[in-house]
Design a binder for this molecule. Sequence first.
Ligand code: AMP
Ligand code: TRP
Length: 334
Amino acid sequence: MYATPDRTLSGIQPTGTPHLGNYFGAIEQHIALQDQYPGECFYFIADYHALTTVHDGDTLRANVREVARTYLALGLDPQRATLFRQSDVPEVTELTWFLASVTGMGLLERAHAYKDKIARGMKPNVGLFLYPVLMAADILAYRPSLVPVGKDQMQHVEMTQDMATYFNQAFAGGEPVLRRPEGQLSSTPVVPGLDGQKMSKSYGNTISMFDSGKALRKRVGKIVTDSTPLGEPLKTEGCHVLGLLGLFKTNAELDEIKTNYRTATRNGQPFGYGHAKQLLAEAIETRFDAARQRHAHFTAHPDELDAILARGAERARGLARQTLQDCKKACGLR
Ligand code: AMP
Ligand code: TRP
């Protein structure tokens, strides 16, 4: 009765401008999945979730558009994948209440993300505490089989599985009205930022996919290295420039660059960190050249972006409505 095709779904918080860490850690895999699940990939911009931390309407609006532009620029194909705004499907908040009604406080009190925020001195609002329930609702509403996420979100996916079971047991005699999804960990290790820590907006150490020319070279120039003078061998071990180059180069190209490090020469010329950074800036510029142009296109044509989000919302909402109808029937609200 609830047969659903294999389907993948994930959400992205609109909390700032996406960077190389987001690309290699999440966006690249999300987009690749559209070949594997054509027509059954759903990605949404989690603006309800962002309300727990972003309290400025203009900022939120701008962030939502930037995330949408970023996905489209990087190759999300609206024919094969559905991109939408979480808040365009208000059924999700209704499902949140159904799930909250069958979920114990203890489960939420064990959430790492919540505990970390409290430990860092954040005064929690109820929304922050309920965050995993909202997340479960915005997964279960679409009945996906697979939820690709970063490591930090895996516990939330496990809680989602629990909540699906609680609901099905409480209201449907164990019938799978809500489908238990599987989490899928992204395979990319942590992308280092300018200072070698995890690249993150909150550390101010990010590199954008869409910078080019002087601005990009200036940013890449800020990557921290040791102070080996030009002409002396460079250490390959622990070099953040090399770490980032590894995301763009083949193994053979990387081996050649490592040789350049050890010999301090490349093509018979002296080779130092400045040259390595130049290689990285060129690699970023080349890799994202087409994406940068599409990004500029969507910045100049916001109407196209709106149309894609509106079509996405309609498609996603159709699925959520069906789920809600089944849930209401099960709970006795129909
Ligand atoms: P965030 O903006 O931190 O919520 O991250 C959005 C997505 O990008 C999540 O799936 C993260 O796991 C991933 N991500 C963020 N920063 C990095 C990074 N430096 N390296 C790898 N993945 C990252
Ligand atoms: N909580 C996720 C994050 O911070 C974003 C998110 C919201 C999400 N709802 C989701 C991810 C549903 C996957 C599935 O990254």
